[in-house]
Design a protein around this ligand. Structure first.
Ligand SMILES: *Cc1c(COP(=O)(O)O)cnc(C)c1O
Length: 384
């Protein structure tokens, strides 16, 4: 019998979604905006303790609007974490601005305060400070905000927190996504909760969120006829999808606990294997463990992360490399990059050695045992 494929982080409907979708159908609030959108914004703001939120069609559009609110334009510099999904930086290019990439540190895999300080010092000495810094919180965990926030304050550079992967995580007890001027969440299909596609921009600055709301609905002036002074976008989330989001938000805490459980089971079973090093958790952090990730030292383990990924796929198990750093992408080949250490790029190493294991919030113990046993068996064979 062929086993069903075990996915990395599949959507997991909690049971409440259909109720909100039905409400939308019954009231014919299928389009355009509607009560689910308003409530989803309120409920999410409540969850993360932010003043204002704007539900959007994607996390990428939220980053785009955050950059626009900070008046990023042609030729401006924006710093961004290098170890991330391309969506963190693409909106910098939409606006004609120039990204500068910052390395990771080994303790959270997120933006290195050391590399950031080097980059800020150099930019300051050249009188060319960035107009914004996009700090990414990878795989469910916050960056080291105790160091990053004061550094950005020192140079008066606003932070956009890309919390697309870290909704529900905390740092010093404060919600991931609420450390900067703007925070961004994603509800793409693979994220901890999903609307099938969607995002949210949050801020304590209510006026700015209202401005972004205006842009996201084609910048329609408040008159009956269609009057336009500024360029606009069609970026809003539909009332149906917001209904899915409301249902998912109800089970978010449950999913965080489930994902942390998944991590713990992998950790107990595999962390003693020589060369296996799980993504650490900062003492200030409570990660959601959106994905269980680790690095594999081939010399010690006898197998590389890429070889293991290929072997696992033969057993119908999906696993992936960690993000390929953006400074290594052809798209960004002309961008400056600041390393954590002079002689080594941490993000390069995490990319070369990293692997993400199946981490669904509905991953059964049985399926997880199958993944664990398969890894142990693959390692035993590779040693012969
Ligand atoms: C998923 C993701 C995004 C983009 O979100 P979309 O909703 O897919 O546009 C941005 N940044 C990071 C780090 C992500 O993982």
């Amino acid at each position: 019998m062929k086993r069903e494929r075990i996915y990395l982080s599949p959507p997991n409907m909690g049971g409440y979604e259909q109720t909100y979708i039905n409400e939308a159908f019954e009231s014919n609030w299928v389009a355009p905006l509607g009560p689910n959108v308003d409530e989803f914004e309120k409920e999410l703001c409540n969850y993360v303790n932010s003043n204002a939120g704007l539900a959007l069609s994607s996390g990428t559009s939220a980053i785009h609007l955050a950059l626009k609110l900070l008046e990023i334009g042609k030729g401006d510099i924006v710093f961004c974490s290098s170890l991330t999904f391309v969506a963190s930086a693409n909106p910098i290019l939409y606006l004609g601005a120039k990204p500068v990439f910052i390395d990771s540190e080994p303790y959270s895999w997120n933006m290195s305060p050391v590399a950031l300080e080097k980059a800020l010092n150099k930019a300051n000495s050249m009188n060319n400070l960035p107009k914004a810094i996009i700090v990414v919180n990878l795989y469910g965990q916050s960056a080291e905000m105790n160091s990053i926030v004061p550094l950005c304050q020192k140079y008066n550079v606003p932070i956009i927190e890309d919390a697309a992967e870290s909704l529900g995580a905390t740092y010093n007890g404060k919600a991931s996504g609420t450390f900067g001027e703007y925070g961004v969440y994603s509800f793409n299909g693979n994220k901890i909760i999903t609307t099938s596609g969607g995002g949210m921009l949050i801020s304590n600055n209510v006026e700015s969120i209202e401005k972004a709301r205006f842009w996201s609905t084609q910048s329609r002036e408040k008159v009956l006829h269609y009057e336009h002074i500024e360029v606009g976008y069609n970026y809003r989330l539909s009332n149906i999808l917001a209904g899915i989001g409301r249902g998912q938000l109800k089970v978010l805490d449950e999913y965080i606990n489930a994902k942390r459980e998944v991590f713990n089971r992998y950790h107990v079973a595999l962390s003693n294997i020589p060369g296996f090093n799980f993504m650490p958790e900062l003492k200030e952090s409570r990660s959601t463990r959106w994905l269980t990730t680790l690095t594999i030292n081939k010399k010690m383990a006898g197998i590389s992360s890429l070889e293991l990924i290929n072997e696992l796929s033969k057993y119908n198990i999906e696993s992936r490399p960690v993000w390929k750093p953006l400074h290594l992408q052809p798209l960004f080949s002309d961008c400056e990059y600041f390393k954590h250490m002079e002689n080594m790029s941490v993000s390069d190493q995490l990319y070369l050695d990293g692997i993400c294991l199946p981490s669904g919030s509905d991953l059964s113990v049985e399926d997880q045992d199958f993944v664990i046993n398969t890894i142990v068996n693959i390692l035993a064979v590779s040693k012969i």
